[in-house]
Design a binder for this molecule. Structure first.
Ligand SMILES: Cc1ncc(C[n+]2csc(CCOP(=O)(O)OP(=O)(O)O)c2C)c(N)n1
Ligand code: SF4
Ligand SMILES: [Mg+2]
Length: 773
């Protein structure tokens, strides 16, 4: 696999010979790239981190949460409502004059993208770690460079780290480069998702806080809105002639970075004895052919180069340690004597005949009169596809042939794509299922003319087993996962044609591993910040095509969006947008109290004090530090025809509400349902503990069951009325994620959870009893 090498590689340096031993005390650790980024953040002592979990970079925040729980740092860690929000948090914090950090990948980076030119354009330094990953769609969580290539035009400096050691080192360099008064730009440290972010290597970390302090110095006092003695306007409206001048300054700052970066690298090298030339050139001195690769694949290519050198071929490897500013002169100089080069890109710039690295190397050498290097551009390793030494050998072989013949027969191609065969078919599974088989009349909905509300009669539960499942077994969820009982209960009572849209999350990820699908009805995925908008577009197209007679009205399709609670953080805006427009559709949120699919990070629905991977528990941190979001009330405030809460632990209550929801979604407009759903893996319970745990959450009134029908609130299950009401501690003691709360030193936290639960319940009861609410 690329990124893995057992050999000690020769590190070509300029200044290393002058200072073979570093001047700073260091210690050896065994760390992955994400861990290295977190350790660097701890050692730098940032003021603020704004983040939103996006694998594979998520571990940076997770590791920092662990370190914080152990009392190892005091960075203020703020979970954004999405990567866009996180980028906004970082921008505001960085304007405030302290040091700021973030980490993201792929969709997160693209979601934040709009914020990046704002920050560069107003010249506000910070550091962003990117564990590079494939951009959706289709969704692929593994590594390539399609995300970082989007950032190349934003005005951020980009340092590239080929291994965990470089991740650690370049984070320090990033702070110093970005804060240099001639530069004053935000800086990215980009490393390969999974290949570097997750693979552990031996690395040296600083064991000398004083040396770090003196290397970094104080953050220079750039203008800040917190300086109230000197009021200023940050980000004025700026048209044409001024705007172009602003961009000239940004371009000049990038040019200044060309000078500053090597200076900082030399200073870093003096401390560590590790060299980072702007362009890493391996065995290039007399190379006749070369390959150019970014990040971890370059390490693999070095192994192949060694083997070919042993066979007498004069080959070398080039890999930029800095992608912005692009090392134009270094490429020109190094390639002058090279006859042919294969440039590999782990992302395509579709239609341009190569990826960005390839295009920029070509541009750099094209205007160099001394350069006659022939170039082959190859796209490789997309979606995390391995790049092995044999692949590198093929790259060298291509270049060697061109060097011998002088002819570039195929300037651009994909490397490693596998052509399909016309007769290959997806694996067989349960067939799609027509609506006729699903219309089984399990719920009978009647409108009470006097009250205007709906009444539902359900068929007995045993009959529900006769309804063929819209979702097939064979998904990849954890044993005991509550998302599937929830879906089955929902699907049992829905009648007729249903089109579902799943937002990103566990229920989506475990049901659609290409080429298989567990969905037997029409299913769409969109990114979880935008599902509601997408479904609303589909709903309106449906009704318009019915109106035009292009689709049969008789089908009467029901449109349902399935989302997790994390999806209702990042996707809140579009969901409220759809609610305000009141489209005829349902949004059903299965709330498992965290962003589980990305590794159990906190969501705003995670309750106070609960342990997640970004609200760790330790001597200095008692779990999440603010109360859970009351999503149902937010949607009730949108004056929807129907809002409800439910749980798979109370199936009849849930199914009655879903039947009502279908009626309202067909006849009146948008319905929102929040459904408490069991996650044994991350709640740290036995797989079969759903019933007692959900029951306790409901009986403690932490998760009340109620509905808001045409503006009227009705509690559908009152534990107090049947003497079943418990304290929240009776619920908290059932889960591993909350057990720490029961220790005496956390008594105040539990009292706080109880008080907030009582307050919300009392408010709900008052609404239930009030004739207008
Ligand atoms: C813009 C963007 N940011 C982050 C992610 C990473 N991500 C994928 S699934 C997920 C968690 C979803 O949480 P939730 O909606 O609660 O569903 P669950 O996984 O808990 O079922 C996250 C953070 C992403 N795919 N896109
Ligand atoms: S992590 Fe939780 S929500 Fe995700 S599949 Fe496993 S049990 Fe289900
Ligand atoms: Mg969730």
């Amino acid at each position: 696999m690329d990124g893995v090498t057992t050999r000690i590689l020769e590190v070509p340096t300029r200044a290393a010979d002058a200072c073979p031993a570093g001047s700073v005390r260091q210690k050896l650790e065994f760390r992955s790239g994400n861990e290295a980024a977190a350790l660097a953040a701890r050692d730098i002592g940032y003021h603020v981190m704004g983040y939103f979990p996006t694998p594979p970079s998520t571990e940076v925040a997770e590791n920092l949460s662990k370190l914080q729980a152990e009392g190892q740092h005091q960075i203020v860690m703020i979970a954004g409502d999405g990567a866009h929000g996180a980028a906004g948090i970082c921008y505001g914090a960085a304007l405030g004059g302290g040091r700021v950090l973030s980490a993201t990948s792929a969709q997160g980076l693209l979601y934040a993208l709009e914020q990046l030119p704002v920050q560069a354009g107003t010249r506000v330094p910070m550091v962003l770690n990117i564990a590079a990953r494939t951009v959706s769609g289709p969704l692929d969580i593994r590594g390539d460079h399609s995300d970082i290539y989007y950032v190349l035009n934003t005005g951020w400096i980009m340092l590239c780290a080929r291994d965990p050691q470089a991740v650690y080192d370049l984070n320090f360099a990033a702070v110093k480069i970005g804060e240099h008064p001639d530069v004053r730009l935000p800086v990215i440290v980009a490393y390969d998702g999974f290949f570097t972010s997750h693979q552990k290597r031996r690395i040296q970390v600083f064991d000398d806080p004083e040396a770090i302090r003196s290397f970094l110095g104080e953050r220079p006092p750039f203008p800040s809105p917190l300086d109230t003695e000197h009021p200023a306007t940050f980000g004025p409206c700026m048209n044409d002639s001024d705007l172009i001048n602003n961009k000239v300054q940004l371009s000049q700052a990038m040019e200044a970075a060309r000078r500053v970066i090597p200076e900082v690298f030399v200073e870093l090298e003096r401390m560590t004895a590790r060299a980072y030339p702007v362009l890493d050139a391996y065995r290039m001195d007399d190379a006749a052919v070369a390959t150019v690769l970014l990040n971890s694949a370059a390490e693999t290519a070095k192994e192949a180069a060694d083997d070919l050198r042993a066979q007498g071929e004069r080959v070398g490897v080039l890999s930029p340690n800095v992608l912005r500013p692009f090392p134009v002169d270094e490429f020109r100089r190094t390639l002058r004597h090279v006859k042919a080069v294969t440039i590999g890109d782990r992302a395509d710039s579709y239609g341009a005949g190569g990826g960005n690295l390839s295009l920029e190397v070509r541009a750099a050498i094209q205007i160099d009169p001394e350069n006659d290097t022939r170039v082959l551009s190859r796209i490789y390793g997309l979606g995390g596809k391995d790049f092995l030494a044999t692949d590198a050998e093929q790259f060298f072989a291509l270049a060697l042939t061109v060097a011998q013949t002088g002819v570039v027969a195929e300037p651009f191609a994909y490397h490693g794509a596998t052509p399909g065969t016309p007769d290959s078919r997806p694996r067989s599974g349960l067939p799609p299922i027509p609506a006729a088989l699903l219309s089984r009349g399990m719920a009978h909905v009647r409108r009470d003319e006097a009250s205007g509300r709906l009444e539902v009669e359900l068929e007995p539960l045993w009959k529900m087993t006769q309804v063929p499942s819209r979702i097939a077994p064979g998904h990849g969820a954890c044993p005991g996962c509550g998302a599937f009982p929830t879906l089955h209960q929902v699907y049992n009572v829905l009648e007729g044609d249903v089109v579902v849209l799943f937002q990103t999350g566990c229920a989506m990820a475990v049901t659609t591993g290409y080429p298989a699908t567990a969905h037997r009805i029409n299913y769409i995925h969109n990114l979880f910040q935008n599902g509601a908008a997408t479904l609303s577009g589909l709903v309106e197209m449906y009704h318009e095509r019915v109106r035009r007679g292009e689709l049969p009205a008789a089908k009467d399709i029901t449109f349902v969006m399935i989302t997790g609670d994390g999806g209702m953080d990042i996707g809140m805006g579009p969901a409220i947008g759809a609610a305000n427009r009141n489209h005829r559709m349902m949004i059903l949120e299965y709330d498992n109290q965290g962003s589980m699919n990305s590794g159990a990070q906190l969501s705003y629905s995670t309750p106070f004090g609960h342990r997640t991977s970004t609200s760790e528990v330790g001597a200095s941190l008692p779990g999440k530090r603010y109360h859970h979001k009351d999503t149902a009330q937010i949607f009730a405030a949108c004056h929807l025809p129907y809002v409800f809460t439910a749980s798979e632990g109370y199936p009849e209550d849930l199914m009655r509400k879903v039947a009502k929801a279908q009626w309202y979604a067909k006849n009146e407009g948008l319905v929102y349902g929040k459904i408490l759903s069991f996650c044994p893996l991350n709640w740290q319970t036995a797989d079969d503990a759903a019933q007692p745990v959900l029951q306790a959450a409901i009986d403690s009134c932490f998760f009340p069951l109620y509905e808001v029908e045409r503006g009227h609130t009705t509690i559908t299950y009152d534990p107090g009325a049947t003497d079943r009401r418990h304290f929240v501690s009776d619920w908290l003691k059932l889960m591993g994620k909350t057990r720490h709360l029961l220790s005496p030193e956390n008594a105040e936290i539990v009292a706080g959870i109880q008080a907030e639960t009582d307050r919300r319940w009392a408010r709900l009861k008052a609404m239930h009893e009030h004739p207008l609410l």
